[in-house]
Design a protein around this ligand. Structure first.
Ligand code: ADP
Ligand code: MG
Length: 482
C-alpha cells in the first residue's frame, strides 16, 4: 500500500523581552541555576501577576507578519498539571482567545519551488516552565527555575505538511520571520525555538486523517527530520502488521534514533483549564496595532524577491543570502560599497561563509567587515590583484593582518601589468621551452589554444601569480606566432 504522511507543528518561540511575562523580573541567560527565579512566576502566596506589554507587542508583530487577524480582546487561562519544573501547579496560557488568529506561511516545495500555503491555526502567548537538569545529578534530577515565566508564543499549524522536508522548510520560515522581526533570537541550541511534531499516516487517496502521535520538544533541524522519518516508518510498519496507531505523546531519543511513548491519551492529563482570576482580559487598541504594523521590516519573502530583481541574483543565491537578516544586511552593505552584486554574493556565499562556518562564528562577529570585503572586491575589479591572489589577501584579512590595501602593499601582491616586465618573463619561458615551442608552432590553430595554457602557467608561476593574465595571454600569443 502507498502511504501519505501528514504533519502539523506546534512551534514554541521564546520572545526576547527584557522581563518575564507576568512579573517585572529581568531575564538573564546563563545565570547560576535558580538565581533568576522569582516569587510571582512561582505563584508564591500573596503575589499577583501583571501582563507584560512588550510580550503582547511582539506577538502582535508576528501575527501581522503572517497576515493573521489580531484578537482585540485577549484573555489568559490556567492549564493545570503537575511537573517538577512547574512548582506553581499550572501554566498561564491562552486557550479561548489567543492573541493571534488564523494566518498562513508559504513555503516553496519541489524542484520548481512551487508555493505551498501552510495554514496557521493560531498563535498564543504563554509562560515557559523551568528546566529539569539530568546531567551532574546521579540518580536524581536537578531543577532550574530561571526560565520559569519567560514569554513564549506557541504557533500551531494546521496539519498541512506532508514530509519532513516541508516541516523543516516551514520551521526555517518561522525562524526567518521571528528573527527578521527581532522578536526572538531564534537560537535553537538554546531552546529559543523548539517544536512538537504531530505525525500521522494515511493511505494515499484517503481523505480522513489518521491517528497522530505527537513528538515532543525537538530542538534541531536534524533531529526534527530524523524523528519524523523514524516515526513515519514506525506507524506504517505498525499498521501493515495489523496494529493501530494510538494517540499519544512520544519522545525522540537521538542516541538510539527512535521515538518512545511518554504518555498515551488514556493517561492524558485533564488540564482543567479555567480563566485566570488574577489577570484581566487585555484589550488591544487599533492604534497600537497600526503603530506596530509600521515597525514591521522587510520580511524574508519580500527580500528574496527583491534580491533577485534588484541585484539580478539567482533564486539559489538570493535564498542563501536572505535566510538570515544579518547576512542580507552584510551583503547589501558590501554591494553598496563595491557596486558589484555578483562578486559580493560569490565572496559571501563562498570564502566568507566557509571561513565563518569553520570558525563557528556568526557574520555579526566576522573579522572582515562588509566594507572591508567591499574594498577587497574593488581591488579585483580595478585589476590591482587577480581573483586568485584575492583569496590569499582574504585569508590574511581573516587573520587580522590589516585591510586589503595594507596586505597587498606589505606582501607585494600587486598585479604586474607592466608590459615590459611581463615581456621579459615571456621571453625567458619561451627560451627555456624549445620543445613546447616547436610543438605549438606545428599545431593546428584550435590545438594551439590548448597548448598556450602551458606557457601561461609557466609565466604565472614565474611571476608568483601576480602577472595580469590577460596581458600574459596576449603577449605570449604574439611572440609564439613568430
Ligand atoms: P492538542 O491540543 O492535543 O495539541 P490540536 O487539535 O490542537 O491538539 O492539534 C495540535 C497539532 O496537531 C496541530 O498542529 C494540528 O495541525 C496537528 N494535528 C491534528 N491532527 C493531526 C493528524 N491527524 N495528523 C497530523 N497532525 C495533526
Ligand atoms: Mg499539542
Amino acid at each position: 500500500m502507498q502511504w501519505e504522511t501528514v504533519i502539523g507543528l506546534e512551534v514554541h518561540v521564546q520572545l526576547s523581552t527584557q522581563s518575564k511575562i507576568f512579573s517585572g523580573s529581568s531575564i538573564a541567560f546563563g545565570a547560576e541555576p535558580n538565581t533568576q527565579a522569582n516569587a510571582v512566576d512561582l505563584a508564591m502566596p500573596g503575589t499577583l501577576p501583571v501582563a507584560n506589554e512588550q510580550a503582547f507587542h511582539k506577538a502582535i508583530m508576528f501575527g501581522l507578519a503572517i497576515d493573521a487577524a489580531i484578537e482585540k480582546k485577549s484573555a489568559f487561562e490556567r492549564k493545570n498539571y503537575f511537573y517538577p519544573d512547574l512548582p506553581k501547579g499550572y501554566q498561564t496560557t491562552q486557550l479561548e482567545k489567543p492573541i493571534v488568529g488564523p494566518g498562513h506561511i508559504d513555503i516553496e516545495v519541489g524542484e520548481n519551488s512551487t508555493v505551498k500555503r501552510i495554514r496557521i491555526h493560531h498563535a498564543h502567548l504563554e509562560e515557559d516552565a523551568g528546566k529539569s537538569l539530568h546531567e551532574d545529578f546521579h540518580g536524581m534530577s536537578g531543577i532550574d527555575l530561571n526560565r520559569a515565566g519567560t514569554p513564549l508564543i506557541e504557533i500551531v499549524s494546521e496539519p498541512d505538511m506532508s514530509s519532513s522536508e516541508e516541516a523543516i522548510k516551514f520551521l526555517k520560515k518561522v525562524h526567518g520571520i521571528v528573527t527578521y522581526l527581532g522578536i526572538s533570537d531564534g537560537d535553537m541550541s538554546q531552546g529559543s525555538l523548539r517544536c512538537d511534531a504531530n505525525v500521522s499516516v494515511r493511505p494515499v487517496g484517503e481523505k480522513k486523517l489518521g491517528t497522530r502521535a505527537e513528538i515532543k520538544n525537538l530542538n534541531s533541524f536534524r533531529f526534527i527530520e530524523k524523528a519524523i522519518h523514524i516515526e513515519v516508518a514506525r506507524q506504517i510498519e505498525l499498521i501493515e502488521d495489523g496494529g493501530t496507531v494510538v494517540q499519544e505523546t512520544r519522545l525522540y531519543d537521538s542516541e538510539k534514533n527512535e521515538t518512545r511513548s511518554m504518555r498515551s491519551k488514556e493517561e492524558a492529563n485533564d488540564y482543567r483549564y479555567f480563566p485566570c482570576p488574577d489577570l484581566l482580559p487585555v484589550v488591544i487598541e487599533d492604534s497600537v496595532i497600526e503603530a506596530l504594523r509600521k515597525k514591521i521590516p522587510e520580511l524574508p519573502e519580500a527580500k528574496l524577491q527583491r534580491f533577485q530583481s534588484e541585484y539580478a541574483l539567482s533564486y539559489y543565491d538570493a535564498s542563501l543570502l536572505t535566510e538570515l537578516r544579518s547576512v542580507a544586511d552584510y551583503f547589501e552593505t558590501t554591494t553598496k560599497t563595491c557596486a558589484d552584486a555578483k562578486l559580493s554574493a560569490n565572496w559571501i556565499i563562498g570564502d566568507l561563509s566557509a571561513f565563518l562556518n569553520k570558525q563557528g562564528i556568526p557574520i555579526e562577529h566576522s573579522p572582515v567587515s562588509a566594507n572591508q570585503l567591499a574594498d577587497l572586491i574593488t581591488r579585483i575589479k580595478d585589476q590591482t590583484i587577480s581573483g586568485k591572489i584575492a583569496k590569499q589577501v582574504f585569508e590574511a584579512m581573516c587573520n587580522g593582518e590589516g585591510s586589503a590595501d595594507e596586505i597587498i602593499e606589505s606582501k607585494g601582491l600587486k598585479q604586474l601589468s607592466d608590459g615590459g616586465a611581463i615581456e621579459a618573463m615571456v621571453d625567458d619561458v619561451i627560451a627555456k621551452s624549445a620543445a613546447q615551442v616547436e610543438q605549438y608552432q606545428a599545431a593546428e590553430p584550435d590545438k594551439q589554444k590548448k597548448l598556450l595554457g602551458y606557457f601561461v602557467g609557466q609565466v604565472m608561476k614565474a611571476s608568483k601569480g601576480k602577472a595580469n593574465p590577460g596581458q600574459v595571454n596576449k603577449i605570449l600569443a604574439e611572440k609564439l606566432a613568430k
